[in-house]
Design a protein around this ligand. Sequence first.
Ligand code: GTP
Ligand code: SPV
Ligand code: MN
Length: 586
Amino acid sequence: MTTNKALAQWITEIAALTQPDHIHWVDGSDDESARLTDGMLADGSLIRLNERTHPNCFLHRSASNDVARVEHLTFVCTRDKADAGENNNWMEPAEAHRLLDGLYAGCMRGRTMYVIPYLMGPYGSPYSRAGVEITDSAYVVANMRIMARIGTQALAHIEAGNSFVKGLHSIGQLDPEQRYIMHFPEELLINSFGSGYGGNALLGKKCHALRIASWQARTEGWLAEHMLILGIEDPQGNTSYVAAAFPSACGKTNLAMLVPPAAFAGWKVWTVGDDIAWLHPGPDGRLWAINPEAGFFGVAPGTSLKTNPNCMRTIGRNTIYTNVAVTEDLQPWWEGIDGDKPAKLTDWQGRPHDPANGPAAHPNSRFTVAAAQCPSYSPQANAPEGVPISAIIFGGRRSTVAPLVFEALDWAHGVFTGAAVASETTAAAVGQVGQVRRDPMAMKPFCGYNFGDYWAHWLGVGERVTRLPKVFHVNWFRKDADGKFMWPGYGDNMRVLKWIVERCEDRADARHTPVGLVPHANDIDVTGLTLSPQTLDALLAMDPEIWQREVAAIREFFGTFGSRLPEGLRAQVERIERELERQRAA
Ligand code: GTP
Ligand code: SPV
Ligand code: MN
């Protein structure tokens, strides 16, 4: 129980509505965790993996219709529809409450209601924020325990008088027809029903740390972003920090844990966060970032000792796997993992694997693991003040158009570059995969308010922050005529990071184009890399005609935000159009 009256009253109210058999206040202890795990092993919601090869690792198979975020069922319920914006589904708050309260009525009969006090951000940080998630899923408790700081200490933070976000979650009947992820930013409230998966159900993550926090950040003058945070240590021992926003399943976890290629002796990448960054203007005029999360909920397919050795060394123990395949001796398996494909596999739905049924592991299968287990976990990851950000990187998954890397001309152009991000859709959300869509700042699914107001807020940060980070755009996913990736990616992305760090220190060259500053081929350190000069030229090409079409598409997209589109972005479109036309005519 709790001494916080508002919290106690809310719990009483929700218990009366949902009618659970038991109420369990989660304290976050090892004992409690062991008891919950035993319960899930007994009821089949967890399967113990090979204890010799993967100690304390478990598999969870979700319902086959509940395997990803559901953007079409995710709503932002503000009093004024225009505050949610074209970028969000909207429902009138009273109507949304009626609908959800109807679904919640009696939904926990025969179940236990878990109350999870949690803190997003390091203990003792002025930037950390509390929440309380009510859930009827023990699997959610087990995941929240890894992803956030939960239990007694978080409750003490709330009882000390700090505000908290309320999140009510029930798996309901796991019926996709009765599934809603609802946000009430004006009430600091989240209502989630009918899904047990990832961002739909672990409410501290996307619902709180992005949708609600982005709303709070706007009114309070900071930024809540879908960004990894990493430190780059050079051979002299200087570390610069960068934050990078790529859409879901577009490489954040991989970049955050990068191992530099052999030719980069003395360079080292430190992981601060892999998915979410909260950025605050600091007393020294720089932007300082904390990772509000404590764990990684990462994409399994494609992860191997070749692509992400630090990750493989992180997920060998104390890890919950969701929707991966398993070998005969109960080791987790997915497409892209090291070694030959075993002859016998059990697929993510528990059937003998038959390639006719699709991949053995679900393309959005995931691991949940404590960040502290990562060999590259930064010693600064829990610093209450965060880390100072030298560069912000935007990126997307584009088989064409976007070059390997370019730098924005200034902050306002950087905001344009982020707002213009487009990316091919992935399995992280339900829907068609591989469709190019605009995903501004990688926040299309996560911005809790009108994108027009959001971009105005970003432009405003440029007025208030005196030592602004430089802004860059990257694309690891360019393809050649045969559909093959042109850039090796993964560890070799270090070559691009190095140019970025050097640009921040005015030590590297670039050529000016209307779209941004692009490295010359010899500005990228390709020591030890086999890449033809033609391929590198193609990766760094900026074709004015292709970009004229791209900017026309950006202009049209911006147009959908009407009068909420800030003048500063309209001016960027016009400048680039003018300069591209001049370049084409020359
Ligand atoms: P979310 O957790 O959904 O936000 O995803 P994320 O942005 O953290 O993406 P992640 O690093 O998990 O990568 C997603 C997929 O892209 C995986 O299958 C990776 O193997 C693949 N990937 C990551 N980086 C690269 C890269 O540099 N090149 C190529 N070709 N693929 C990459
Ligand atoms: C994403 O989709 O961007 C994720 C996974 O990081 S989830 O937690 O499901 O949102
Ligand atoms: Mn993500």
